[in-house]
Write a protein that binds this ligand. Structure first.
Ligand SMILES: NC(=O)c1ccc[n+]([C@@H]2O[C@H](COP(=O)([O-])OP(=O)(O)OC[C@H]3O[C@@H](n4cnc5c(N)ncnc54)[C@H](OP(=O)(O)O)[C@@H]3O)[C@@H](O)[C@H]2O)c1
Length: 233
């Protein structure tokens, strides 16, 4: 049974990714900043799929201690990690022009959306290398797409462009083999972040991340995906 870890999984796309991976007979480590919220999310998944294997762990991606504790748990409990989905993120500068973007807001955004995934990749990709297998999915956004950059929400855009860069650097360092490190946009999804007017359901938003998390051995690495297709950076 493969072992998967998903960040920011107490609601939204992360919760759905956990449900979909668990339905594929994968042992899921559902992580949440607030343990009780994580347990509640896991209970909802178990209620509709009683046979699934889900454990809940506390994780704040902005905390080295929290990431280290989770690494210890995964190592002691399973001895390996097969799938890492860096899903958790914040958007705290909706429609703020870059001319008005204050540095603390950019710093807070980078802490969660960039340094968080960096911490997780640094902690868990070496474990994947030891085991010779890994799938890393960095949930990014079309708002970080350099080739189609828009205006406003600058901190979030910068964090996602940087997350794409992080993805390609890890993929280049890891090289060819059976560790696939990719990023994707889920599209505009009806969650707390996406709002009620978004085009996609949560199930549709989780589709490409889950597909990337379960890529076959001959799949690409170091790419940016939308709707299961490679897209421009
Ligand atoms: N929804 C969209 O339209 C859309 C579009 C493009 C990309 N995305 C991306 O898709 C991913 C999921 O988004 P979503 O729409 O599901 O967002 P969401 O409903 O706002 O959920 C975000 C999740 O991230 C968690 N999180 C925030 N900061 C964290 C931290 N420091 N440590 C651990 N977890 C943290 C939140 O936990 P708390 O409950 O504790 O706050 C929550 O579980 C994000 O990476 C987002 O950027 C979403």
């Amino acid at each position: 049974m493969k072992i998967a870890l998903v960040t920011g999984a107490n609601r939204g796309i992360g919760q759905q990714i956990c449900a979909d991976l668990a339905a594929k007979n994968i042992q899921v480590v559902l992580t949440s900043r607030d343990l009780q919220k994580g347990e509640a999310a896991a209970q909802i998944i178990r209620a509709s799929q009683p046979q699934v294997q889900i454990v809940v762990q506390q994780l704040d991606v902005t905390s080295d201690e929290s990431v280290n504790a989770l690494h210890d748990f995964v190592l002691k409990t399973y001895g390996r990690l097969d799938i890492l989905v860096n899903n958790g993120a914040i958007l705290i500068d909706d429609d703020v022009s870059i001319f008005n973007l204050d540095i603390p807001r950019l710093q807070a955004t980078l802490e969660a959306n960039l340094y968080g995934p960096l911490r997780l990749c640094q902690a868990f990709i070496p474990l994947m290398q030891t085991n010779g297998y890994g799938r890393v999915v960095n949930v990014s956004s079309e708002m970080g797409q350099l080739s189609d950059m828009g205006v406003g929400t600058a901190a979030y855009r910068i964090s996602k462009t940087a997350l794409n860069s992080l993805t390609t650097i890890f993929a280049a360092e890891v090289g060819r083999g059976n560790i696939k490190i990719n990023c994707c946009t889920p599209g505009w999804v009806r969650t707390d972040m996406g709002g009620p007017s978004a085009h996609k359901s949560v199930a549709e938003g989780a589709d490409t991340p889950v597909w990337l998390a379960t890529l076959p051995d001959d799949a690409p690495t170091g790419q940016f995906f939308a709707d299961r297709e490679i897209i421009a950076w």
